[in-house]
Design a protein around this ligand. Structure first.
Ligand code: PLP
Length: 379
């Protein structure tokens, strides 16, 4: 299909219902399907762990908006990650991971996959040469987030794709922070894209979900086999909510970016802020790469507060319109202290985050109200 992003997000995988003409795919709350004689499946559906029509609509839409061959929807982002890693890795394999990544992703490697015999090594993924130097013969996957959570680091997707492919490894890109509207890693050479659809894809803080989009049909087929074999699928209602979220992703992301730019402007000139981390800032070390591979710079902003941990915690506690809470990517603005909240599981590891760091998920409320709240919280 040659349609634009917005058209795909609204229509891909979503023909009007053939029986009723309903323009939105129904929630197929069903576990099994009547067969016309043994093995006589009416539309390919036999059992909803293997496939469900609402989930199929979401999976086709995800593949279309990411420009991949096959999309798969899971019960959470971490379920998607686990399924991917246990599909493409075997005990004895090695994975390079960012030295700045979502704490739950780090925990999956450190506490689950390592026991299963897959080793990992944190590396500075913003430095293509450092990644190339860290590759070993047994490296199966180079795993990146870009931008990273929570330090907003940037990885050069095209550069890392060639490092991975030279080494016979896969490049997996967690595209949660950017969303497919701002960045499409498969077009830059990634083999597979991961999403916590809980975030921008769903967009309304009302559903937990995950996705994988494979660049090739062959990898898609292997992942689909494991999705069914491991069983961590998205339920039909969750799939429907995510599908509804995707329809407005483009307009939401534009407003997230507009508001984030205003917030960055305020923070950059505030005397209590020692550093603003946002790839849209020309002084950000990944700015040039981000400008090349992203449409805009996103709605996530982190900053460091003068006065250390206690001062950062105090800013989080004082904010009102910015709701104190984990997660990100919803229409409502959120504030959090990564060291004590989302990234507490990385404490004492190479992925530990600075204690004076505050992370914002800038929502789509009236920008002036957000600025007033932040100014007040900073004191
Ligand atoms: C970048 C990133 N990847 C993956 C995940 C995990 O997703 P989920 O919470 O849906 O399991 C998160 C969750 O915060 C995340 O921020």
């Amino acid at each position: 299909m040659n349609e634009g992003f917005e058209t795909l997000a609204i229509h891909a995988g979503q023909e009007a219902d053939p029986h009723t003409g309903a323009v939105v795919p129904p929630i197929y709350a069903v576990s099994t399907y009547k067969q016309d004689g043994v093995g006589g499946l009416r539309a390919g559906y036999e059992y909803s762990r293997s496939a469900n029509p609402t989930r199929t609509a979401l999976e086709e839409c995800l593949a279309a908006v990411e420009g991949g061959a096959r999309g798969l929807a899971f019960a959470s982002g971490l379920a998607a990650e686990d399924t991917l890693l246990r599909t493409v890795c075997a005990p004895g394999d090695h994975v390079l991971i960012p030295d700045d990544a979502y704490g739950g992703t780090f925990r999956l490697f450190a506490k689950v996959l390592e026991r299963w015999g897959v080793s990992y090594e944190p590396v500075s993924i913003g430095d293509v040469d450092a990644v190339r130097a860290a590759v070993r013969p047994e490296t199966k996957v180079i795993w990146v987030e870009t931008p990273t959570n929570p330090l907003l680091g940037i990885a050069d997707i095209a550069g890392l794709a060639s490092v991975a492919h030279d080494a016979g490894a896969l490049l997996a890109v967690d595209n949660t922070f950017a969303s497919p509207y701002l960045q499409q890693p498969i077009g830059l050479g990634a083999d597979v894209v991961i999403h916590s659809t809980t975030k921008y894809a769903g967009g309304h803080s009302d559903v937990v979900g995950g996705a994988l989009v494979a660049a090739s049909a062959e990898l898609g087929e292997r992942l689909a086999y494991h999705q069914n074999a491991m069983g961590a699928v998205a339920g039909p209602f969750d799939a429907w909510l995510t599908l509804r979220g995707l329809k407005t992703l483009a307009v939401r992301m534009e407003r997230h970016c507009d508001n984030a730019e205003r917030v960055v402007e305020l923070l950059a000139s505030h005397p209590k802020v020692t550093q603003v981390l946002y790839p849209g800032l020309p002084e950000h070390p990944g700015h040039e790469v981000a400008a090349k591979q992203m449409r805009r710079f996103g709605g996530m902003v982190s900053f460091r507060v003068a006065g250390g941990e206690q001062a950062a915690v105090e800013v989080c506690n004082q904010a009102k319109l910015f709701t104190l809470g984990e997660s990100l990517g919803g229409v409502e603005s959120l504030i959090e202290h990564p060291g004590r909240m989302t990234h507490a599981s990385a404490a004492g590891s190479p992925l530990e985050v600075p204690a004076d760091l505050v992370r914002l998920s800038v929502g789509i409320e009236t920008a002036d109200d957000l600025l007033a709240d932040l100014s007040r919280a900073l004191g």
